[in-house]
Design a protein around this ligand. Structure first.
Ligand code: FAD
Length: 661
């Protein structure tokens, strides 16, 4: 299934493995490295330095091995039934009507819609085609390899992520066509209609946004939803979505039973009448394969015929003239790293995501004047770019449950599973999620009670990840994927020798803490400085505490008790230790500050209303717009990709309307 060849240079021996269309490089130490080329003939130019499992190499190999061993579904998924657009080679000074930077959740829809409307469009993308493993929903953990995953370093605020490597939270993002939708967890949640109504920005109410959600939605499983859901869905849109295949993991229904025992409603459709309750989530999945925006938009034949896509092309700044009109962009392009200037006769659109779009704006003189002055960049427009970055931070509690020992062969029999791996073994991110307003939960009577309008606005989302007993090596990789430090990984791996673990994650949905993105240097090829600043506002910690206390009551329900469920109480530096102490609020507050992590949902760094006007134009600069997560002024009460795609759809309409002549 894959071929190898060795390349060597004076410093290090490198091995080039060609699997289908993808080249992956391995250093002499067996570490996976970044590969910038898609063709062996171009050579294998490794950039090593990623750490072990962080590269995603180990799990990627597990999934490749599964395909080699011939489980049909995996093999099939690695050979998707559709193709990506062919990349173009650019020359200096080329002009297009529109240039879109970034082929992710928002950039792909903007570029595809403009091209379908007959415009000449260049879509510029720093990465290449998605790795073949990305089409396999269950392989999400393997997608940590740096070829398609930026693994940014963040600055610690010393009050969160204290048990992560270097006390710094992770910041992953997808690289390549589809952007982060090619590596994410595929949960399709639109958020709450009040998320838009509460913005109080003219023309941005839910009523005005709903058509854009519906326009791209291609729901496959309307027949599995109640009749009351019908008005809330479209079955014909380009992004085909549906339920994940049933994993037959018994915990799938046991978790639902547990919540029902606490009076949580079983909600068939979080995107329908109500968001509250425990639900099986609809995913960006179609015929057991991932549905990224690369597939939903860029893989369409009509789009491929019309849209020009420049892969391995990194935008380094916006060309803005003396009258503050955006004229084009500068890029580093292709294997030769050619430095080119490209022009847009109509508009430039930045869709490089919440971390890079602000970087590009600041490099182009658009940002907070004091920071630009500090960096020696002439200020074109003084705007709060990079400020108010909010993200869904989370805390995970580990519940150990008794389970018979799994046999590895069950993994190999798992070809029927979609997002979830096999019946009673290995790793499965369950597609069960729960939304609740924790202030409507009665802790004394162990019941979700309130039914006021307020109670329809969730404050916390729960996720559940199951790892089977007896697969300590794979689990070690998972815990490392989560970026946990050695002491925590060792404690969890020890427990997992004898128990299955359910990782219960509590996510405050409307965080009050916010961070920043700033330039590290004027070199556009350097990553920005990311300061997520989780839990700097104690109200977020208190929301997490309510989430933890609900999980505690969940595992005391009959269904969990029957499996001998109990909380894993980790020994953590500077937290109360031993016995009763580990039931105290002090312990759990300390725990939350240690086990903080992120759902990678940052938004708001070039926000609508603050940096952008109501038509997503950068204030003070003509012909420059933004559509991506950075444009969302605040987090939706749910997973953000659906809203980001809707922003892309809407920007395409703005561009076509405003450039009619
Ligand atoms: C691990 C993970 C799991 C997630 N799970 C979910 C989920 O289940 N459901 C959900 O709704 N959301 C999820 N998210 C979040 C969601 O995927 C993102 O919010 C969304 O994709 C952001 O879209 P975007 O358009 O802003 O950026 P992206 O989708 O990241 O796209 C940005 C694109 O720009 C490119 N780019 C960057 N810099 C440059 C440059 N200088 N020049 C050219 N191109 C450039 C990138 O390579 C990338 O392709 C998850 C995120 C992660 C990381």
């Amino acid at each position: 299934m894959f071929f190898s060849r060795n390349l060597s240079d004076s410093r290090i021996k490198r091995e080039c493995r060609l699997s289908l269309s993808t080249v992956t490089c391995y250093s002499g130490q067996g570490k996976q490295c970044e590969y910038p080329s898609t063709h062996v003939a171009v050579g294998c130019r490794c950039r090593c330095g990623c750490a072990g499992a962080e590269c995603g190499g180990a799990l990627r190999l597990v999934f490749l091995l599964l395909s080699v061993l011939g489980t049909t579904q995996f093999a099939g998924a690695l050979l998707p039934s559709f193709s990506m657009p062919v990349g173009v080679t650019l020359t200096d000074g080329e002009e297009f009507e529109y240039i879109v930077v970034g082929a992710g959740a928002a950039g792909a829809p903007v570029a595809a819609r403009l091209a379908l409307a007959g415009a000449s469009v260049l879509l510029v993308e720093a990465g290449g085609d998605p790795d073949p493993t990305s089409w396999v929903p269950a392989a999400f953990v393997a997608l940590a390899n740096p070829a398609m995953n930026y693994q940014y370093k963040t600055i610690s605020n010393n009050v969160s992520c204290l048990s992560s490597w270097n006390r710094a939270c992770q910041a992953r993002r997808g690289k390549g066509l589809g952007g982060t939708t090619s590596i994410n967890y595929m949960m399709y949640v639109r958020g709450n209609r009040h998320d838009f109504d509460e913005l109080n920005i003219t023309d941005w109410s839910w009523k005005q946004m709903e058509p854009y959600f519906l326009r791209y939605e291609g729901l496959q499983d309307l027949n599995l939803l109640p009749a009351s859901s019908i008005p809330y869905h479209n079955t014909t849109g380009t992004m085909k979505i549906g339920f994940f295949e049933d994993s037959k993991n018994p915990w799938h229904s046991k978790i639902i039973d547990g919540y029902e025992a606490l009076n949580f409603p079983h909600n068939p459709d979080v995107n329908g009448v109500s968001q509250i309750g425990v639900s099986r989530i609809i995913g960006y999945t179609y015929r057991n394969e991932r549905m990224s925006t690369a597939r939903g938009y860029l893989g369409r034949d009509d789009v491929k015929r019309k849209l020009k896509v420049a892969k391995y092309t990194r935008c380094t700044g916006v060309i803005i003239d003396d009258d503050n009109v955006a004229r084009g962009i500068t890029v580093v392009h292709g294997p030769s790293n050619a430095r080119l200037r490209l022009y847009a006769s109509r508009e430039v659109i930045l869709s490089a995501g919440a971390l890079v779009t602000p970087q590009l704006l600041m490099l182009s003189g658009i940002g907070p004047a004091d920071h630009l002055n500090e960096m020696g960049i002439p200020v074109r427009v003084d705007l709060p770019v990079g400020n108010n970055m909010t993200d869904h931070s989370m805390v995970s509690i580990y519940v150990k449950v008794e389970e018979p020992l799994n046999l590895p062969k069950e993994i190999l029999n798992s070809s029927e599973s979609g997002m979830l791996l096999p019946p009673s073994g290995s790793i499965s991110l369950t597609d069960v999620t729960t939304f609740v307003n924790t202030l409507c939960y009665d802790f004394v009577n162990r019941q979700l009670t309130g039914n006021s309008t307020e109670c329809e606005l969730p404050t916390t989302q729960f996720y559940h990840l199951y790892t089977g007993r007896g697969l300590p090596i794979v689990e070690g990789v998972i815990f490392r994927y989560l970026g946990l430090d050695e002491s925590v990984v060792n404690q969890l791996s020890e427990v997992s020798k004898n128990y299955a673990l359910i990782r219960m994650t509590s996510v405050p949905l409307q965080p009050k803490s916010s961070g920043t993105v700033r330039l590290a240097s004027v070199d556009p090829l350097q990553a920005p400085v990311i300061f997520p600043n989780y839990l700097s506002d104690d109200r977020d910690l208190e929301e997490m505490m309510r989430g933890i206390r609900i999980i505690e009551q969940l595992i005391e329900t009959t269904v969990f008790k029957a499996a001998g469920a109990s909380l894993v109480r980790l020994e953590l530096k500077d937290c109360p230790s031993g016995g009763q102490q580990q039931d105290s609020d002090e312990y759990w507050r300390c725990y939350a500050r240690h086990l903080t992590a992120t759902t990678f949902h940052s938004v708001g760094t070039s926000a609508l209303g603050r940096v952008l006007d109501a038509r997503l134009r950068v204030r003070g600069v003509a012909r420059l717009r933004v559509a991506d997560a950075s444009a969302l002024p605040r987090l939706p009460r749910g997973n953000p990709a659906a809203a980001v795609i809707a922003f892309g759809e809407r920007l395409a309409d703005f561009l076509l309307e405003d450039n009619i002549n």
